[in-house]
Design a protein around this ligand. Sequence first.
Ligand SMILES: [Zn+2]
Ligand SMILES: [Zn+2]
Ligand SMILES: [Zn+2]
Length: 126
Amino acid sequence: MPTLPPDRETATAPDTDPRFDVPLRGVAVDPETRCAHWDDPVDVIALRFGCCEAYYPCDACHDAAADHEAVPWPRERFDEPAVLCGVCGTTLTATAYLDGDDDACPACDAPFNPGCRAHRDRYFEG
Ligand SMILES: [Zn+2]
Ligand SMILES: [Zn+2]
Ligand SMILES: [Zn+2]
C-alpha cells in the first residue's frame, strides 16, 4: 500500500468517511473531497449515487469503494440533496446544481470544476 498524505483517507463499503456529515466514500479523499482521480483546487464536490445513496468524489471512487455498479441519481429525486460542497459541507439538490448559472457553491462561493457538469450523464439520470 502506498503511504497517503496525512489529510487523505480512503473509505470503502460498508465504511463511510467520518469527517463528513453525510455518508461519503472514496479513494485518497482530502478534507474538501478532492480524490485520487480529481485533485485540482476546484475539485471540491461529491456526488450522491442512486444505488447506495452515498456520496463519492467521482465515479471512479464509486467503482473502487463500492461493490456494485454505479447508478446515477434518479430523475424523480432531483429535488433531494445529491451534491455536497466539500468546502462548507452544504448539500445542494440535483436541480439546484444542474440549473446553477455559475460553477460555484451558492452557500460559500467556492468555485466548482465546470467540467463536472459535462459528465452529468454519469451522475444524474437523463
Ligand atoms: Zn453505489
Ligand atoms: Zn475519485
Ligand atoms: Zn460551499
